[in-house]
Design a protein around this ligand. Sequence first.
Ligand code: ADP
Ligand code: MG
Length: 387
Amino acid sequence: MPDVRALRDAFAERYGIHPRLIVRAPGRVNLIGEHTDYNEGFVLPIAIDRSTFVAARARTDRIVRVYSAQFAAEDVFSLDQIERNPDQPWSNYVRGMVKGLLARDLPLVGSDLLIDSDVPLGGGLSSSAALEVATGYALQLLNNADLLGEELALLAQGAENSFVGMQCGIMDQFMATLGRAGHALLLDCRDLSYRAIPIPPDVRVVVCDSGVRHSLLGSAYNERRAACQEAVRLLRTRLPKITALRDVSPEQLAANADLLPPAVLPRARHVVSEIRRTLMAAAALERGDLAAFGTLMLESHRSLRDDYEVSVPELDTLVELARALPGCYGSRLTGGGFGGSTVSLVAVGAVEDFAAGLVAGYRERLGLDAHVLVCTASEGVSRAATF
Ligand code: ADP
Ligand code: MG
């Protein structure tokens, strides 16, 4: 974890003065409910104990300077002219947040920002939302503004949608903002109502980073979204009341399958079945039925692999290996897909052997290195230090 004092010193070295404050916002891992958020369905994520930190200090002019330790790079821009920076794409998450806050009529002053993080970048754990939310929260505190958690999450989602060009749903930013320690949140992405469900003490959430990265930006992800919209448009000819796949049950979809072209039907089938699985999984978690929960995770993975077609062989291999290891209730790809990570639910006593077995099996089968994180459900964005 980036150390608060080391961050303060790094800031002082770079900018010649101490930061005023440091905030942190966590990454997240979704236990089940994949590609359902932008269909106004349900998701069941936890915020993880990995965070992005932003050290910040207000300036007296209208310049924003931002340094990322992960990219070892600095970007500088003026509050009066915020455009996309094609040379430093990472900075667009920051620029987009600043632009979003200005659009809310917040009288922002310039600032010096320093970013450090232990959320793996591009690993499906939503380092992007962690960065957006931490940046937004730091700027709010510097400017004595007060956006409620949900508003901050929506603003961050807006920044990623419009400024970065990634049509992500609300889940990532919501968890970075409102995650709760020890709990998963069953989040209704339609109205942002949620229920916190305790994670039983005898299991651990184990994330395994496949090390494989494929860019989703502008391509497969946005294409899946378009297929879902197309499904809704076609289904509305017979089901005029629906506005999202959230409104369609698996039974209704089966009865109206003839309306959808072969390329669209499986996409819709994933979404409507996944929404049902997510609700069932939340109920299973609530009653402590981890075996049922694990079975739903495996079904989710199959659906993502075969119907939504967002898996890759590396993720399939990790899930297969996990299933065969002792103490594992279930496993699936998590995040958008096309690389990134899997998530598994594992009995506490079996976690160490599970992690070792997974890494060894992956190396043996594919000759690749996997990285395991045993996660604890954590709080959303918070102030880490004030100086
Ligand atoms: P994920 O959100 O799953 O980690 P994304 O592709 O959505 O993957 O976001 C990763 C991108 O977000 C990075 O390539 C970078 O542009 C930006 N980003 C995330 N964390 C940081 C950071 N600590 N410093 C600078 N940019 C970051
Ligand atoms: Mg992201």
